[in-house]
Design a protein around this ligand. Sequence first.
Ligand code: GLU
Length: 475
Amino acid sequence: MPRTELSFRDSVDLMFNRAVALVDLPPGLEEKIRVSNATYTVRFGVRLRGQIHTFTGYRSVHSEHMEPVKGGIRYDLAVNQNEVEALAALMTYKCALVEAPFGGSKGGLCIDPRAWEEHELEQITRRFAYELIKRDLIHPAQNVPAPDMGTGEREMAWIADQYKRMNTTDINGNACVTGKPIGGGGIQGRTEATGRGVQYALQEFFREPRDVARTGMEGDLDRKRVIVQGLGNVGYHAAKFLSEEDGCIITTIIERDGALVSHDGLDVEDVHHWIAQHGGVTGYPNARYFEDGNALLEQECDILIPAALEGVINMSNADNINAKLIIEAANGPVTAGADEILRRRGIEIIPDLYANAGGVTVSYFEWVKNLSHIRFGRMQRRQEEARHELIIRELERLDSYLGNAWSMSPGFKSKYLKGAGELELVRSGLDDTMRAAFDSMRAARDAKAEVTDFRTAAYIVAIDRVAASYRAKGL
Ligand code: GLU
C-alpha cells in the first residue's frame, strides 16, 4: 500500500500493476501497454481584451494499438501533464473494456472557462483546435476528441467547424470529434450518455444477487439512499435518471460551494435549475445547506457517486466513508491509497473505467454515424412499424372475435407500433454494452481467487484485450 498519496498517473499505474501481475503476457508487453506513447504540449497566444493571453494545452496519446485514439478535452485551471496522461491511460483501458475500437488519448487546456465570454472561448478553442489539427492530433482516422470537464457540445461544434475549414475536401470531417450538437452532426443521447451509463451500470449490478449481497444491501435500486458529488453533466443525469426512473432517494448533493441534504430526497431537476440560475447551491430553499460540502462524503448512505474531480476519496477520508457501494462516475475519484483502504474495509467499488464508459460508448456510435452519413434507424423504422401493424391488425381481429373474454392491454398498441428511432437505438446499444462489459468483469473476478474487486477484474479484461490486439499485429 502506498504510504503517501500517489500522483494521479502513478495511482493509475499502480492499479494497472496490481492487475497485470495476474495476467500472463509475453516479456516486455506489460511495459509497452503501461507507458504513455507521447504527450504534446502547446502554448499559444490569443489577442483578447486588448492584450495577448498565453494558454497552455495538452493532447496525450497513451496507446495506439487501435486508431483513432479517443478521449475528451478538459478545460480547467488544474489541467497538467500528469493528469492528462493518467486520463489518457484510463481511456485505453475503458475503450478496451467496453469494446469501443479505439486507443486512448486525452487533452486539456489550462483555463477557467467561467472567466471568459462565449465569443472569447470560441476564439481560444478554435486556436487550440488549429494547433492540434495541424499535427493530426485531431483527425477522424487518428485522434477524435470529445467533451470532458468544462467542455460540451458548443466547444465540439467549434472544433468540428475548425477542422472542416482546414480540410475542406474531407468528406468525413464531422467524425473528427464527438459530442457535437444534433444540428452539427451529433447523435441523440450523447449528452446524457455518461449519466445514463452510470444508471445502466447500477441496474446491472443489482441484477446479480451475489454482487448485492457483498454490499449488505438487498433488493433493487428502489429506495436506495444516494449521495452525489458534483452535479455537472454526469452527476446531474445519473441522479436524475436514478431518482425519476429507479426510485432512488438522492439524500445529498455536494457542489463546489457546499452541500444540500434532504432525508426525504432532493428534487434533482429543481436543484439543477437553481445552480444554473445562481452559480451554486448556496441559498437553495428546499433543503439543509452545509458549507463544508466534502465532509458529507462521509455521511451514511447506500450508494456514493463521486461525479466530479479526481482524488476526492483519498487517504484522509477513506477510513470514514460510510457507503455500501461506490460507483465512480468521475475519472479517478478514488486514489490508489484510498482504494486499498476501501478494499480492506470490504466496500464495493464499481470502477471508473467501467462506470463512466457510457460517454465514449455513445461517442463510438456518433463516430460511426458520421462515417456512414446516415442517422441510425432511418432505413428500418417505418418498415418495422409496418410489420408491427400486421400483428396489431391480427390482434384486433381476435379482440373483436373474443368480445369481453380478451382485449389488448391499454397502451400496448401504441407502444408496440412505434419503431425505434435514433434515441431508442442509442440507449439500447448503450445498455447492451454496459451489460456485456459487466459480465466480462464478473467473469474475470470469478476466474481467479486473487481477484477480489471489480477494479482489478476490469483492468484484467482491458489488459487482455489490448494484449490480444498487439499479438494479432505481431508486435
Ligand atoms: N470525456 C469522456 C471520458 O472521459 C468521453 C470521452 C469520449 O467520448 O471520447 O470518457
